[in-house]
Design a protein around this ligand. Structure first.
Ligand code: NDP
Length: 241
């Protein structure tokens, strides 16, 4: 039987690549998104992958969303916590609202999605939780205190859950991408990209969303059963932990 995967933020950017790669690998995929209905509709007509709208920042909406996906596709075997936002500001200018929005989505969102699938995975003795953190959660980034804190928190949460899930056949891992050529990054001024960002990346280019998707498909597979609590850095050599 095909395994069922939920990809949060799964209809655009890195998440869309992960949804498509999992579908190609034979999974039944549910792609969650927050509000961009046009992108979600275009994604479904291109791929046939069903999209589900709720905010990962809302625990009750996540629990209800998981129930709906499970009723339609079956028990969730794989959860990809990919949804994420930025609200950048230097710390002295950062508002409590900018802090809270990013923590609520990028860190609490991982709790909100993982908690409703955890019990079922424990009962069935199989599960894969993969969270997309960031190089900036590993090294910290000026102007992103909120984002760096949330993404570092994702790594701590993963390491704790890896220990709790191990005996129940659940692996819990992080992928920490560097700069990936999604809309978000391509929107950066071309000169800034060419003169300031790409020179920091030893391989001399941005990463492709598909390169993150292939890591996710591997971590979701049976072949990755002995890997848990790990962080895979996919950053072109920009930072080593
Ligand atoms: P995009 O901005 O291209 O896409 C973000 C996706 O997340 C969208 O589908 C969006 O939904 C969804 N989303 C945002 N907020 C919520 C929410 N509250 N509930 C549910 N879905 C939500 O982002 P990227 O593809 O660039 O990034 C994906 C992940 O990778 C993020 O976690 C990001 O932090 C991380 N990352 C990205 C890097 C990069 O260089 N791009 C580098 C390192 C990490 P909608 O379509 O409805 O807006």
């Amino acid at each position: 039987m095909a395994r069922v995967a939920i990809v949060t933020g799964g209809s655009r950017g890195i998440g869309a690549s992960i949804s498509k790669a999992l579908q190609e690998a034979g999974y039944h995929v549910a792609a969650n998104y927050a509000g961009n209905d046009a992108a979600a509709e275009a994604f479904t007509s291109e791929t046939g992958i069903k999209t589900y709208k709720w905010s990962v920042a809302d625990y009750d909406a996540c629990a209800e969303g998981v129930r709906k996906v499970e009723a339609e596709l079956g028990p969730v075997d794989v959860l990809i916590n990919n949804a994420g936002i930025t609200r950048d500001a230097m710390f002295h200018k950062m508002t409590p609202a900018q802090w809270k929005e990013v923590i609520d989505t990028n860190l609490s969102g991982v709790f909100n999605m993982t908690h409703p699938v955890w019990g079922g995975m424990r009962d069935r003795k199989f599960g894969r939780i993969i969270t997309i953190s960031s190089i900036n959660g590993q090294k910290g980034q000026a102007g992103q205190a909120n984002y760096s804190a949330a993404k570092a928190g994702d790594i701590g949460l993963t390491r704790a859950l890896a220990q709790e899930g191990a005996r129940a056949g659940i692996t819990v891992n992080v992928i920490a991408p560097g700069y990936i050529g999604t809309e978000m990054v391509r929107a950066i001024d071309e000169r800034v990209l060419a003169e300031r960002i790409i020179p920091q990346i030893p391989v001399g280019r941005l990463g492709e969303p598909e390169e993150i998707a292939r890591c996710a498909v591997f971590l979701a597979s049976d072949d990755a059963g002995f890997i848990t609590g790990s962080t895979i850095s996919a950053n072109g050599g920009q930072y080593f932990t």
